[in-house]
Design a protein around this ligand. Structure first.
Ligand SMILES: [Mn+2]
Length: 382
């Protein structure tokens, strides 16, 4: 049985103030094309469909279009919620959609349940586990103490009677780790402090394949068959070196597994360039790559530059972040001031970003940007 494993779509996400919606439409078209050539029996989406609990209109439209495209193919769609999703919103109409072979498990009610598909080798049970926390399942299991993420997962697994002599796939959105294995992390993942959310991969090693979501880099977790597919798009500058893909998983008889990473190409790539501003903005250098790429620029100039962001963006419109690597390292606040006629044309978020850069000398992190966006949304609502 062949199926595609995707995760962390984060539909509606903006990265450093740039909307990723066109990038998302672009990679979903590629996924649809892979389905038409590979004819999988299912598409598995392992959580973080949306970037936020209350997604915007554009995000809902893009997912609606994608789901409609998927429903046209002769296959099942299997989906769980991630930590970014609202379980209940994702669960909306899920009982109706299951008649269309679209199985969306947003809410976990204490019992782990499966969807069974069949091929020439027999049946494959796909166990759909939405994102859980110890506090969210606490109280669902009267006879158990649930103190850690490990406890929560163990209780969820015990709620199902899984016959491990059959072929079983677990779909889950959690942070799984294995002793001795260092996880590849990205800034765009939202993490509780201190790794308290880690769950031992040993708890899930008896499955034939584990389709994971949460980490944004494509990776295994100590076992070849326990895998993060990674996000389909680079969602933070920390991911600029990663190759993005969708995983094509093939299960034959029990014990046989093959995974192929099918590459996904962005509309605009994300990369870092470093050097003096005059060199970087020169024709000979800027023409070597796509000027529309999302860039982190590291300037090595020693002398003061007036409004470097505006200079860079006149050549590279999608500069996402600006850093300095020179003997001063810090940034002279006066040098970066947005000129006053520009202020009217900037969004409150962009204005704040520039203000932050000017006063702190650093570009806001993904987490800081998120806080500011949420604050701005709250004020706009009033
Ligand atoms: Mn995610």
């Amino acid at each position: 049985m062949k199926f595609l494993h995707l995760s962390d779509l984060h539909i509606g996400k903006t990265v450093n103030g740039f909307s990723m919606i066109e990038e998302q439409r672009h990679v979903f078209r590629q996924v649809t094309r892979y389905i038409q050539t590979e004819h999988p029996s299912a598409v598995v989406i392992a959580g973080d469909v949306y970037d936020r609990a209350a997604p915007g209109i554009e995000a809902v439209r893009v997912f609606d279009d994608f789901l409609t495209e998927l429903s046209r193919e002769d296959m099942a769609v299997l989906l769980v919620s991630g930590n970014h999703d609202s379980p209940d919103r994702l669960n909306y109409a899920s009982r109706l959609l299951s008649d269309k072979r679209i199985h969306m498990r947003g809410v976990f009610d204490g019992s782990l349940r499966s969807v069974t598909l069949a091929d020439g080798y027999g049946e494959v049970n796909f166990w759909l586990l939405p994102f859980i926390k110890p506090t969210s399942v606490h109280g669902m299991y009267a006879r158990r103490e649930i103190e850690s993420y490990d406890d929560a997962l163990a209780a969820a697994l015990e709620s199902a009677s899984i016959d491990y002599t059959e072929r079983n796939v677990l779909v889950s959105h959690q942070f799984y780790t294995k002793a001795g294995v260092t996880a590849l992390r990205s800034e765009s993942e939202l993490n509780p402090v201190g790794g308290l959310d880690a769950i031992s991969a040993d708890l899930i090693s008896a499955f034939d394949y584990v389709a994971l979501g949460h980490l944004h880099g494509f990776q295994t977790v100590g076992y070849e068959h326990i895998r993060y597919a990674g996000s389909p798009i680079k969602y933070s500058l920390s991911e600029w070196r990663q190759e993005k893909s969708v995983s094509l998983v093939e299960l034959r008889e029990k014990g046989s597994l093959a995974v192929t990473a099918l590459p996904l190409t962005p509309l605009h790539d994300m990369r870092t360039i470093k050097g003096k501003i005059d060199v970087l903005t020169s024709d000979s250098i800027s023409s070597q790559g796509d000027r529309d790429d999302y860039l982190r620029v590291v300037l090595t100039d020693e002398e003061e530059i007036i409004n470097p962001m505006a200079k860079l963006r006149s050549v590279y419109p999608n500069v996402m972040a600006l850093d300095f690597d020179n003997s001063r390292k810090g940034v002279d606040a006066g040098a970066l001031s947005a000129n006053s006629d520009k202020i009217d044309s900037l969004s409150p978020f962009d204005l704040f970003s520039e203000f932050f850069l000017e006063t702190s000398g650093a570009v806001m992190s993904e987490e800081q940007s998120e806080i500011v966006r949420e604050l701005l949304e709250t004020t706009e609502d009033q």
